[in-house]
Design a protein around this ligand. Structure first.
Ligand SMILES: *Cc1c(COP(=O)(O)O)cnc(C)c1O
Length: 368
């Protein structure tokens, strides 16, 4: 029978598996599977979005002008070097689509963000995965995997799903080791949560012709449903990505909500302070379960990756079942070749406490 055949590179894509949002037949106690802001968006963003709803019959501003100007003012950068996207997901696809194609390689580190593989394959490029160093980015391994065909290197810093961070010096060493015709896509979705000697990509993207910094409103700004991301890069890179983006890629509500969210830095600071406090608390809780073989991977983001023993009674798979039975949704990472790991987002205080109490009960029960 003659029928449409999907392209072989499309057939090679394993569809993205999102974090769970519901549990069949049971109310959700805590939704900690997707690293969202547990407080919602800023109330000012909600008001701004409500105020533009009646204009929904009009197409949005295709250039996201006001939003780019607000971003430029806040970050001290040029508005015409900013490109907004339908989440930073779209921008990841634009980086791959503008600079890689069949025969090219797109490089990233093992346990990198799941969308990089999809973005590479979607344009017919070959994804290349460099080894990690205890879940974190190994710059030497990445550089060793660069070939004359490498067109794009993606690095999430802090990384998702591991939460690991590499220092500004390491990011600069990675960039310095890349050929000038290779784009470094620095995905800083969790930049606002990072502490210590951190490089958010903006300085590099301003200084070099081959760096794209990627940011999002989905995490600290609490606007995941509005799908707003932004890229900052030198004009030639922005211009290339602009050619292949969707014309009206950020809705009017998203643009208005993001502008208002940027103006409410008090909300951002509150979220950050809360997150860092409860992330530390979670680390301590998990460390106290160390005898059972649990380990928290050091996180610079708004979640903690927990590693469980490979076998025995206290596995990640069993913990995941126990958490779900208590109405707690986290991210069991078997789908990302990490069957020993569960990623738990920092929630509100009651959510975070409920998750850790559930985990502790499971461990005590299973190891009794
Ligand atoms: C959440 C996330 C994004 C994408 O978020 P959008 O909602 O598409 O803006 C990008 N990169 C990483 C590493 C993320 O964790």
């Amino acid at each position: 029978m003659i029928r449409p055949e999907m392209k072989p590179w499309v057939a090679g894509i394993a569809p993205y598996v999102p974090g769970k949002a519901k549990i069949a037949g049971r109310p959700v106690v805590a939704r900690l599977a997707s690293n969202e802001n547990p407080f919602g968006p800023s109330p000012k963003a909600i008001a701004a979005m409500a105020a533009v709803l009646a204009g929904s019959h009009r197409y949005p501003d295709p250039a996201s002008t006001e939003l780019r100007e607000a971003l430029a003012a806040l970050h001290g950068i040029e508005a015409d070097r900013i490109l907004c996207g339908t989440g930073s997901d779209e921008l990841i696809h634009l980086v791959a689509g503008a600079f890689a194609g069949p025969g090219d390689e797109v490089l990233y580190v093992r346990y990198g963000f799941a969308v990089y593989d999809i973005a590479a394959r979607r344009v017919g490029a070959t994804p290349v995965v460099a080894p990690d160093r205890d879940y974190a980015c190994d710059v030497d391994a990445l550089l060793a995997a660069v070939t004359p065909r490498t067109r794009v290197v993606f690095l999430a810093n802090p990384n998702n799903p591991t939460g690991t961070l590499i220092s500004a010096a390491e990011v600069r060493r990675l960039h310095a080791g890349l050929p000038a015709d290779c784009v470094l896509g620095l995905d800083c979705a969790y930049a606002e949560f990072a502490t210590g000697e951190y490089e958010d990509g903006i300085g590099l993207a301003r200084a070099f012709t081959n760096v794209v910094a990627l940011r999002t409103f989905s995490k600290i700004y609490g606007l995941a449903a509005q799908r707003i991301g932004w890229a900052y890069a030198q004009p030639a890179l922005v211009e290339a990505m602009h050619r292949i983006r969707a014309p009206f890629n950020v809705p009017t509500t998203g643009q208005a909500g993001a502008v208002a969210a940027l103006a409410d830095q008090t909300f951002v600071t509150m979220t950050r302070d809360h997150t860092l406090h409860w992330r530390d608390w979670m680390n301590g809780e998990i460390a106290s379960l160390g005898n059972a073989g649990l380990r928290a991977i050091p996180s610079a983001a708004n979640f903690v990756l927990v590693e469980f023993p490979e076998s025995g009674p206290v596995t990640a798979a069993a913990a995941n079942e126990a958490l779900i039975a208590d109405g707690i949704l986290t991210r069991y990472l078997a789908v990302q070749a990490m069957p020993r790991c569960i990623r738990i987002s920092v929630g509100t205080e009651p959510e975070t406490r409920a998750a850790m109490a559930s985990l502790r009960r499971f461990v005590e029960r299973a190891s009794a």
